[in-house]
Design a protein around this ligand. Structure first.
Ligand code: GLN
Length: 381
């Protein structure tokens, strides 16, 4: 058996969701919204399965969806993408990331990763033969410096895998951070694989800046988005990929032998959804921002140290001063004794883990948030 996978535990999200069910806990662990998602988009998917085409759609995605991807990113991010040569639909962002790593890395190539990192990244890099080089990000700001990048990049760097906005930190990296990273990508002739699935889930008037728009990055960026995150439909697994034609040519080869296609009814519904009015997208992020504020205010009222969150579904609590042990011990006690599930942020580190932070998901109804806060009040005693 392959040692990368045979040695892996079940994902922390599955484990915490299982514990939450066992202990009848309020689940603020695994990140998924309580909201059922826009009804018109779901209706399109239902109609398309009944009246539409259910055989293999084109390998690169339905033409209407590829056009919608280009139009959507033009409207929201000012990008100029050729739908035929520069867009592709995958079965979720994770497929797009796996495919990009398989397509771009030769065994022995170095891959720059930022910790905390999404749990799928490292196994996929290793399985593709990549050699990880980590940039360590620390609370409360989770920012990187030129010295951090200089220590991680080398003349063997092939790929940088970068998540912005960053799960679990809730950071939205702005133009200055991106320009610094772009400078290193250009200098080392590296390709940026950018997991931008939270691009629409940003708060406080911030605007997501896609890495592909930075000077020097147009030809060396793989931009990855997710309909699941854009429409609060995390089970749909429809990934949106954009890259310049020479990159796309090889990305498509990986995709054709990974999943080949993605259910056509979901693609049709996502094409419809991407063309919705600006009002849908601003209401979606405003709704999550309200939920963030509700949870943050409640946690602060309980005397907990809350770190700032400008995007994603998550907010972090600094548990260092609570005297509850490390984050894993804290989250175990929380789910078993207090009845609230959270995610220990050390699970997002491959080494030198930060063990003083727990992640809470606020993409929940007011009622769920309030129920969690009532239970968390027990922590103080
Ligand atoms: N993206 C989700 C999170 O961060 C988890 C997805 C999963 O369970 N694999 O919570």
């Amino acid at each position: 058996m392959n040692s990368v996978f045979s040695g892996l535990p079940t994902t922390v999200f599955e484990t915490m969701s299982r514990l939450a069910r066992e202990h009848d806990a309020v689940n603020l662990g695994q990140g998924f919204p309580d909201d059922p998602g826009p009804e018109d988009v779901r209706r399109k998917a239902a109609e398309a399965v009944l009246t539409g085409w259910n055989q293999y759609p084109p390998m690169m995605g339905l033409p209407e969806l590829r056009q919608a991807i280009a139009a959507h990113y033009r409207r929201f991010q000012g990008l100029d993408l050729d739908p035929d040569r520069e867009t592709m639909v995958t079965s979720g962002a994770t497929e797009a990331i796996a495919g990009a790593l398989m397509a771009l890395i030769e065994p022995g190539d170095e891959v720059v990763l930022f910790q905390p990192l999404y749990d799928a990244y490292l196994p996929l890099v290793l399985r593709a033969g990549g050699v990880p080089r980590f940039v360590q990000l620390r609370p409360p700001h989770w920012r990187f410096t030129a010295a951090d990048l200089a220590a991680a990049f080398s003349d063997r760097t092939r790929v940088v895998l970068f998540n912005n906005p960053l799960n679990p930190a809730g950071v939205v990296y702005g133009r200055e951070d991106l320009a610094l990273l772009a400078e290193f990508c250009v200098r080392h002739d590296a390709i940026a694989v950018c997991d931008e699935v939270w691009e629409h889930v940003v708060f406080d008037g911030l605007k997501h800046i896609p890495m592909i728009a930075l000077p020097g990055m147009r030809e060396r960026t793989v931009k990855i988005g997710s309909a699941g995150k854009i429409f609060s439909l995390t089970g749909w697994k429809v990934g949106l990929v954009a890259a310049a034609p020479p990159l796309m040519a090889v990305l498509s080869k990986a995709h054709q032998f990974l999943t080949f296609t993605t259910p056509p009814n979901l693609q049709a519904a996502v094409a419809f959804g991407l063309m919705k009015d600006d009002a849908y997208f601003s209401a979606m992020s405003a709704g999550f921002q309200r939920s963030r504020d509700r949870l943050v205010t409640g946690l602060r009222d309980l005397g907990l140290g809350v770190l700032s969150s400008s995007g994603t579904y998550f907010v972090n609590v600094d548990i260092g001063a609570l005297g509850e042990g490390d984050d894993v011990a804290f989250c175990e006690r929380l789910v078993r004794e207090v009845g609230v599930a959270a995610i220990p942020v050390s699970a997002f580190y491959a080494k030198d883990a930060v063990r003083t932070v727990a992640r809470f998901c606020f993409a929940k109804t007011d009622q769920t948030i309030d129920r969690a806060l009532e239970r968390l009040a027990k922590l103080e005693k």
